[in-house]
Design a protein around this ligand. Sequence first.
Ligand code: MLT
Length: 266
Amino acid sequence: MKTNINGINISYTDQGQGDPLIFIHAFPLSSTMWKPQIKEFSKNYRVTAFDLRGHGDSDAPLWNFTLDDFAADLHGLLRHLGIAQATFVGLSMGGYTLFAFLRKYPELVTKLVLADTRAQADTDEGKAGRFTMAQVAYREGPPAIADMMMPKLLSPASLENRKDLVEQVRSSILKNQASGIIVDLMAMAQRPDSTPLLSTISCPTLVIVGEDDVATPPAEAQYMADRISGSHLVTIPQAGHLTNLEQPEKFNGALKSFLEKHSVSA
Ligand code: MLT
């Protein structure tokens, strides 16, 4: 389905009934990365996943946007769907988006899941890497970005042995337009340090990380968990950055336990 939010056609899926559960995807992917979670959790929850602007089937505007715009689009989508409060699950750039959302709308977040992400802003070296990648995206397009990103997204074992998964992730990257990828990179380079936000998070929080994540390593997850009061950290074995796709059963198990532990009727 599509709806126009903030002048952008945003593509989303909305399935199941129950407490709302919202999934926000990573760079440079789309909501299709949440297929294993949509299938499982739509049995008992209202599950919404959407393509951030510049991704998948949403518009890729040819102008500057920031993570605050992602957060504003998320807010607009919730209003469109009549969702007042929800549990939010963000992986990597999805987590950065949730930090932007939390800065503005903390009262809308009843439970929070931060998967394979980090609170800190980019270092100068990290920013320089974004600008280099943006140049590559401009000159050579999404296929070159897929080549650069695959070793960061999946563990060496998945790259070697799971050709189906490699193909799925690669084709999701290729569906994005270069303009969306380039502006994402600028948006991530500009994002503020969210470390000060961590101690203000008061809702139940689950932090998930793949033990072989090289993009946002386990130390980053520990850093967040240490600063979010009462949070729970789950490290998923035999997974790189895309824990939900590399180990869907373990990811879903961790999310299910968290949701059940903190359900209103529990
Ligand atoms: C992501 O998966 O969203 C990216 O690896 C995030 C980043 O590049 O910082």
